[in-house]
Design a protein around this ligand. Structure first.
Ligand code: AP5
Length: 214
């Protein structure tokens, strides 16, 4: 099963992908996480990506397509995978089709995470992440961070992502409307798009997701 999780920043794509990966074993391929790993490694690609990500801009299509093309050839992707945050432009969606065609595969389903913009801002501004174990927290909704139960304790390092600051959130939402919203139309035309109400509680969204993928 090849799934695409599409939706605005903060709509819960990463939260649901982690849960589905834990249950089904399909790896979560998040271009955002791949780019953050490149940033941590201090590579040239990471430095260039950081400058764009910190402003809320997209990284060039060629960079993310190449990251995904390499990753989907790994053996753990042979039974399927979840694309989280990719494709984010119509050009990326077209490239993805070409890359998958080369390995005789195709996108099976696209889950479109739909929700109100005001709530997205609340979610993003309250998000905190552990840079060591990758767990996500939320200052208002929980889960809340407990240092005693952190997997990498005492290394846990809770941060607010630089792109979760208010002015960058506004920019990311603008970029989403301009560049990523048309991707939904691309998949609607291909009859692959299914919409989820992402404003529900995480467990309800997950149940809807399971139903959607069948
Ligand atoms: P990326 O890391 O992909 O960020 P994003 O798509 O903006 O998505 P987020 O991680 O912000 O949100 P999410 O939908 O995963 O929500 P989450 O589950 O975390 O990309 C970052 C940057 O990298 C981009 O801006 C761009 O620069 C670059 N980039 C990445 N991919 C690219 C590409 N393909 N092309 C070009 N550039 C690219 O949840 C958010 C918060 O809400 C959490 O605190 C969570 O606990 C909470 N929450 C989740 N679900 C619920 C719920 N149901 N109820 C209440 N709270 C909830």
């Amino acid at each position: 099963m090849i799934l695409v999780f599409l939706g605005p920043p903060g709509s819960g794509k990463g939260t649901q992908a982690k849960k589905l990966t834990a249950e089904k074993g399909w790896p979560q391929l998040s271009t955002g996480d791949m780019l953050r790993t490149a940033i941590s490694s201090g590579s040239k690609l990471g430095l260039e990506a950081k400058a764009l990500m910190d402003k809320g801009d997209l990284v060039p299509d060629s960079v993310v397509v190449s990251l995904i093309e390499d990753r989907i050839r790994a053996t753990d992707c042979k039974d399927g995978f979840i694309l989280d945050g990719f494709p984010r432009t119509v050009s990326q969606a077209q490239s993805l089709d070409q890359v998958l065609q080369k390995i005789e595969k195709k996108v099976d389903q696209v889950a479109f995470f739909e929700m109100d913009e005001k709530e997205l801002v609340t979610r993003l501004s309250g998000r905190r992440t552990c840079t060591e174990c990758g767990k996500m927290f939320h200052v208002t909704f929980g889960p809340f961070h407990n240092p005693e139960s952190c997997e990498k304790n005492p290394l846990c390092n809770i941060i607010q992502r630089p792109d979760d600051l208010p002015e960058v959130i506004t920019k990311r939402l603008q970029v989403y409307h301009h560049s990523t919203a048309p991707v939904a139309e691309f998949y609607r035309a291909a009859k692959k798009l299914k919409t989820l109400n992402a404003a529900e509680k995480p467990e309800s969204v997950y149940q809807a997701l399971l139903k959607l993928i069948g």
